[in-house]
Design a protein around this ligand. Structure first.
Ligand code: 5AD
Ligand code: SF4
Length: 476
């Protein structure tokens, strides 16, 4: 959600005539290395490192700003929403502070700050207009995020999101479909639908099956190759969504469904109103309906009151669920959340020790699951043009349909393969975190040729293979 907001911020700044500056490298830290006139820090408050990093980076920017008069610094996102005037107290050299609901005001606030030479702050309690109405500078040409809802009506006791992003607001399906169609017309071949809880989508207009209907409708948009979504919530997960995923060729066989804990007692204290049995039964149904589906998750370790026995239940569930990936987090106290006042906060040593055991198990399961892919042919959507070199071998990277990261040998085709293209390759090796495919590319489909200047020069005829986006190269 934050990264998508950053794309909106970049779009707004471009609208003001700014261009992206070279990457800011705090560690190098010499003034000449940051020729930016405006630096925007778009913050996240979900875990506590964000606080430390924000104030550390601001401290560093203070030095740069002294040497570059006229440079402006803006702080947005969840930490701005949370800390508000605190940011200006601790870092008075900041020019603009804008909340999660005020992204659209950034240009005006920067202008006012420059004109008045005074810091500007704007934090609204609720959203006035959907961020999707703002211009966007997409991080990738071929892939886009589309928000279907913002905010969250749940009250998970560890989570800061509801207090910073507000109650769930759902966008109309027609607006979402229009945005996706426009994106596809602009060269996007992969869309990820975004919501804090996509399964409760429709709660605002009273349609419990709104999300599955939306998936089906999105799947009908011609030219859209891959549709993903994040994140579902086990409590609201209904069978019609599984059916929609199974029926649609466009919805990818991947489910990222946060578990948080495998212990029913801890789930209860987290105010997550499903139980481990329900979680596992969803996985069973999803696996039965969608062959080859990969399941990934989020897990918090060391929640207040977690006993060794509770923790063992999480480990057991990880063994049973066979996650392709699990994002693991040490519980972090978020001021203002209910969990802060619970009994039984654990010592950092206990949390760190459990965390290590969890990560070791998660990596082991991921490795075992990835090993099953060796010898399989996977369809990879190429992610970016920049590849890696290993022993002189040029590799490109992308995601398989099930979202596994694949590094594959370009076999001399690196000049011809563009982001968004689909290649089929056989998996030859793996680690817990990625697959490697060093054999031949057995098929290569150009999905975005209309948008790649170089290719337009090769063939502009309307019915050429290139323009239709059908395979331009099929090997054995
Ligand atoms: N402490 C640790 N992890 C957290 N998450 C959210 N809040 C906290 C917290 N207070 C994790 C959850 C969520 C992911 C985005 O971040 O696992 O799914
Ligand atoms: Fe936070 Fe829970 Fe809402 Fe997710 S569902 S955003 S964890 S309150």
């Amino acid at each position: 959600m934050n990264a998508h907001d950053s794309e909106r911020i970049a779009g707004l700044l471009e609208g003001m005539g700014f261009k992206k500056a070279p990457t800011y490298e705090p560690k190098l830290g010499e003034p000449g290395l940051t020729p930016a006139d405006v630096v925007v820090l778009n913050t996240c408050a979900v875990r506590e490192h964000a606080d430390t990093r924000l104030y550390g980076t601001l401290g560093h920017l203070a030095g740069l700003k002294k040497k570059r008069p006229g440079m402006q610094i803006a702080v947005g996102g969840c930490l701005a929403q949370k800390d508000r005037t605190e940011i200006l107290n601790r870092a008075p050299w900041v020019d603009v502070v804008f909340g999660t609901h005020n992204v659209g005001s950034l240009p005006v606030l920067l202008g006012r700050a420059a004109f008045s030479n005074q810091a500007q702050i704007e934090i609204m309690e609720s959203l006035q207009a959907f961020p999707s109405e703002l211009p966007v500078r997409r991080a990738a040409e071929h892939s886009a995020w589309v928000s279907i809802s913002v905010g969250c009506n749940n009250t998970c006791s560890f989570c800061i999101v509801p207090s910073l992003r507000g109650k769930e607001r759902d966008r109309k399906p027609s607006e979402i479909l229009e945005e996706i169609s426009a994106l596809v017309a602009d060269g996007v071949v992969e869309v990820t639908l975004l919501g804090q809880n996509v399964n409760s989508y429709g709660v605002e207009f009273g349609d419990k099956q709104a999300f599955s209907k939306l998936l089906i409708q999105c799947g009908k948009i011609e030219g859209l190759r891959r549709l993903r979504f994040t994140s579902p919530h086990p409590k609201d997960f209904t069978d019609d969504v599984i059916e929609a995923m199974a029926r649609s060729q466009v919805v990818m066989p991947h489910l990222h469904m946060p578990l948080q804990s495998g212990s029913n007692a801890i789930l209860q204290s987290m105010r997550r109103s499903y139980r481990r049995e329900k979680y596992l039964s969803i996985l069973e149904k999803v696996r039965a309906a969608i062959p080859g589906v990969a399941i990934s998750t989020d897990i918090i370790v060391g929640f207040p009151g977690e006993t060794e026995e509770n923790f063992q239940e999480t480990l057991d569930l990880v063994r049973a669920a066979r996650f392709s990936t699990a994002y693991t987090f040490k519980y972090s106290k978020r001021p203002g959340t209910a969990a802060v006042s619970l009994e039984g906060h654990l010592s950092p040593e206990v949390v760190a020790e459990r965390y290590q055991r969890l990560v070791a198990l998660v990596d082991d399961v991921s490795l075992q699951e990835n090993r099953k892919q060796i010898g399989e042919t996977v369809e990879v959507m190429v992610g970016s043009k920049s590849g890696s070199k290993d022993g002189g071998r040029a590799r490109l990277s992308g995601r398989a349909r099930d979202n596994r990261l694949v590094h594959f040998s370009a076999n001399g085709l690196e000049g011809d393969i563009e982001p968004g293209d689909l290649v089929r390759v056989a998996v030859s090796e793996c680690s817990p975190f990625f697959l490697i495919a060093d054999g031949a590319i057995t098929s290569h489909v150009k999905t975005r040729t209309r948008f790649n200047a170089g290719l337009n020069e090769i063939d502009r005829s309307p019915n050429s293979a290139v323009n239709l986006g059908i395979p331009v190269f099929v090997g054995s």
